[in-house]
Design a protein around this ligand. Structure first.
Ligand code: SAH
Length: 252
């Protein structure tokens, strides 16, 4: 099986059509062809994109458009976000070379995605929160932010090298890895549980959820893991609701 076929590149709100074309070219050079764009309102200038894509028209022709990152990554297991910045909420970033085996392990069974941000503002914290991993390409302190297509190229190059190296052996899993859709279900039910059981106040929920996402994303979550964690949340919410009835009995 060609693992690179299961790798999706997601561009979130790219501003310049030329960059979309250059990304197509970089991807096709590295044998990766699944490109998704998150474009809520505007539509890119496809003619400009095609000029820079050169002979990578086939990648451009099969681009998929989504309204949100959540939708673009819904069927992906590993979702690796990229950021030129490190620091608050971003200090767990790894190198493309470190992430490459994780992405290929995932691509052996399911779709895996690499996510790239806007040319001017990068990825927002809420988008980083959807990612299971975070990547940073080391670069000069004087100007750490790479051109979008150059960042895509470096990441795809590492994947291409590893996939073709012959040393790479895909793992055997008993339960399949959870997809983005499953993980979002889990985070939604845990955030409700934390509120309904009084574990956390509404104002602190977003901060708490970012921490929780990081904990869960530290290891691989399989479908079975998610089912167990959903069960815990369901039962806890039920107990919290029963307690509430007991505390405030409805007046007949
Ligand atoms: N000013 C933005 C930079 C955006 S560059 C910021 O502060 O985040 C556009 C995109 O290219 C980024 O969102 C990221 O996906 C990718 N990128 C650029 N430089 C990168 C780097 N050094 N490491 C990882 N990704 C990078």
């Amino acid at each position: 099986m060609n693992l690179l076929e299961n790798i999706r590149i997601i561009l979130v709100e790219p501003k310049y059509a030329g960059n979309i074309g250059s990304v197509c070219r970089a991807m096709m050079n590295m044998g990766i062809t699944d490109l998704a764009l998150v474009v809520p309102d505007e539509h890119p200038d496809w003619e400009e994109a095609r000029k820079l894509a050169c002979h990578a028209g086939p990648v451009l022709d099969r681009i998929k458009l989504f309204r949100t990152l959540e939708e673009a990554a819904a069927d992906c297991t590993v979702v690796a976000g990229t950021s030129a910045r490190t620091g608050f909420y971003r200090d767990h970033a790894c190198l493309p070379r470190e992430i490459a085996p994780v992405v290929l392990d995932s691509a052996a069974h399911h779709k895996a995605a690499l996510v790239f941000g806007r040319e001017d503002k990068g990825l927002f914290n809420e988008e980083i929160a959807i990612c299971t991993h975070l990547l940073n390409i080391p670069s000069s302190e004087c100007y750490p932010s790479l051109n979008l297509s150059h960042a895509v190229m470096i990441c795809c190059y590492e994947l291409f090298l590893l996939a073709g190296s012959g040393d790479y052996k895909p793992p055997r899993e008993s339960s399949p890895e959870a997809t983005g859709r499953m993980r979002e279900l889990l985070f939604d039910s845990w955030s409700r549980m934390m509120l309904e059981t009084g574990f956390c106040e509404k104002e602190k929920l977003d901060h708490m959820m970012l921490g929780l996402r990081r904990i869960f994303n530290r290891g691989k979550l399989t479908d079975n893991d998610v089912k167990i964690l959903l069960g815990i949340a369901r039962q806890s919410r039920w107990v919290a609701a029963e307690l509430e009835k007991y505390r405030n009995p409805a007046t007949p």
